[in-house]
Design a protein. Structure first.
Length: 39
C-alpha cells in the first residue's frame, strides 16, 4: 500500500497528510499520538 501509513490500531492514513522526518515512516511523537487519539 504505497503512500499509506498505519497507526497503532492499523488505521490507514495518507502519508502526504503528515510531515515526515528521517526515513519514510518517521513521524513526530505528537503526530503519532494525534493519530491514535483521533480514532
Amino acid at each position: 500500500l504505497r503512500g499509506d501509513v498505519y497507526d497503532a490500531r492499523g488505521t490507514v492514513y495518507d502519508k502526504s497528510r503528515y510531515k515526515t522526518g528521517k526515513g519514510q515512516n518517521s513521524f513526530a511523537p505528537s503526530e503519532v499520538i494525534d493519530l491514535c487519539d483521533s480514532d
